[in-house]
Ligand binder design. Structure first.
Ligand code: SF4
Ligand code: SF4
Length: 191
């Protein structure tokens, strides 16, 4: 497959082996038994099953791996990790793919990265999620007016039921988790 189709922001010094190499090492003991797929409640929504995704990782198929929706749909339930007969860290591997997808600005993963980023920024600012602020941030980052329009009926239903509020909770604006987030950012820079 031509490399021009790869939508990763790849450092020119970085080979595809550099990207998937550490994961390939972690998953090298996979025997393709399919227990991870059979254990995954989200597998029917995924384009590649977990078993197939690991096979693609081991074969170094970077483009297929990062064009896949599979890792974005992993809800980190850890069921596959608990059941893998080889004891492989499968949920961590899914998380690694999410991190790589965000770091390398993979086009398919961009909406997810913006969703997670907006969610975490709201938690950082308030110590908990502020739904209205979180969705506002996400909509602005997505720059697509069709998205808020699509969510409007749901927003109105949630407002009517008192599940969300238009006005921010003033008592939760002291950024109580700032130190914690800063420490995580420091650790990530050291990696
Ligand atoms: S359960 Fe473990 S060994 Fe079996 S296919 Fe999945 S990753 Fe491979
Ligand atoms: S951790 Fe992810 S891949 Fe594994 S079973 Fe749960 S949702 Fe599926």
């Amino acid at each position: 497959m031509p490399s021009a189709e790869i939508s990763l922001t790849i450092n020119t010094q970085e080979t595809e082996e550099d990207i998937l190499g550490p994961l390939q090492e972690e998953l090298s003991a996979c025997i393709q038994c399919g227990t991870c797929t059979a254990s995954c409640r989200n597998a029917q929504l995924m384009d590649f099953t977990p078993r197939r995704l690991w096979r693609l990782v081991l074969m170094g198929q970077t483009e297929e791996v990062f064009h896949s929706k599979t890792f974005a749909l992993c809800s980190a339930c850890y069921y596959c990790t608990l059941r893998c007969p080889r004891g492989l860290p499968l949920t961590d591997a899914m998380n690694t793919l999410k991190q790589l997808g965000a770091k390398k600005n993979v086009a398919e993963y961009r909406p997810n990265a913006r969703f997670y980023g907006s969610f975490l920024e709201s938690v950082r600012r308030h110590g908990r999620i502020n739904e209205m602020e979180f969705m506002r941030r996400y909509f602005i980052l997505m720059k697509n007016p069709a998205i808020p329009i699509k969510f409007t009926p749901l927003g109105i239903r949630l407002l009517r039921k008192g599940k969300i509020s238009i006005f921010p909770d003033k008592s939760k604006t002291e950024r109580p988790l700032d130190q914690f987030f800063q420490r995580v950012e420091e650790l990530e820079r050291q990696q």
